[in-house]
Design a binder for this molecule. Structure first.
Ligand code: NI
Length: 261
């Protein structure tokens, strides 16, 4: 059985068949899905999906692309939502200098506040990081140290990992896991294939980012957790092991990291 550690089933692309799809996950070999929040509204929707569907768990948080619209009490709202049933992560949070780069300081501030919240609540984080490797590593390094000094723990997943294998090592040293999804199946993903080969299997988790980033041979189509065996198969081929082994170990990794799953 597979765990999808990062998906967005509240997306309107699932409006037509969400229920059918989410009820078919277990039959398709997907044991659990963690549905991300990206703002207060979608975090609320993630909690609702988790309440409704057995296989769905929730993460709550504010994505770096969403911080322009934040209300004054957003952090209190996220904190309150984090207390709901089946909320197992804070996410997705992070830094994105690809889409938005004129508010780096504000992004870092919002990221830090949510890392502190995660440490306080002892929930792992799901981190979005694009064109921001150095700053992401620097912020997480500092916040891990701050958490440790307070007797707290800060850990999580670098979702849709797109940096170098060396950068993956740096995050792993901080106690983080590396999330790999459909991109690893793309022909031009040389760097990610190298990461998927080099890092210990015990540090990998599977994810979709559905509806985005469908693996080959569905590239460009709507993604779903049901496509994850294609991702597992690609990683298995790269590492020269069986697909079942990739599925088993990455599932164990997810359960080890994410309490309450
Ligand atoms: Ni995402």
């Amino acid at each position: 059985m597979i765990i999808d550690t990062h998906a967005h089933y509240d997306d309107e692309k699932f409006d037509e068949d969400r229920e059918k799809l989410l009820l078919s996950l277990k039959e398709g070999g997907i044991e659990r899905v963690i549905n991300m929040g990206t703002c207060v509204k979608t975090s609320r929707e993630a909690v609702k999906l988790a309440k409704t569907y057995d296989a769905v768990y929730a993460a709550v948080g504010v994505h770096p692309e969403e911080i322009a619209d934040l209300s004054g009490d957003w952090l209190d709202e996220i904190r309150a939502l984090a207390g709901a049933e089946k909320v197992v992560m804070i996410g997705e949070i992070g830094l994105d200098y690809y889409w938005v780069k004129d508010n780096k300081e504000e992004q870092k501030k919002v990221f830090r506040e949510q890392l502190k919240l995660a440490a306080e609540l002892d929930l792992p984080v799901s981190v979005h990081s694009r064109d921001a490797a150095e700053d992401t590593l620097a912020v997480i390094t500092e916040e891990v140290a701050i958490a440790k000094a307070k007797g707290q723990r800060l850990t999580g997943i670098i979702h849709c990992f797109g940096y170098s294998p060396e950068m993956a090592e740096s995050f792993i040293k901080l106690g983080f896991l590396i999330g790999i999804g459909g991109v690893v199946t793309f022909k031009n993903s040389k760097k990610l294939k190298e990461t998927a080969e080099k890092i210990p299997l015990e540090k990998l988790v599977l994810e979709t980012d559905a509806p985005y980033l469908a693996p080959e041979p569905f590239r460009g189509k709507r993604n779903s957790s049901l496509f994850l065996p294609y991702v597992a198969e690609t990683i298995a081929q790269i590492r020269g092991i069986a697909r079942e082994e990739v599925e088993k170990i990455t599932t164990e990794n997810a359960y080890r990291l994410i309490k309450g799953l």
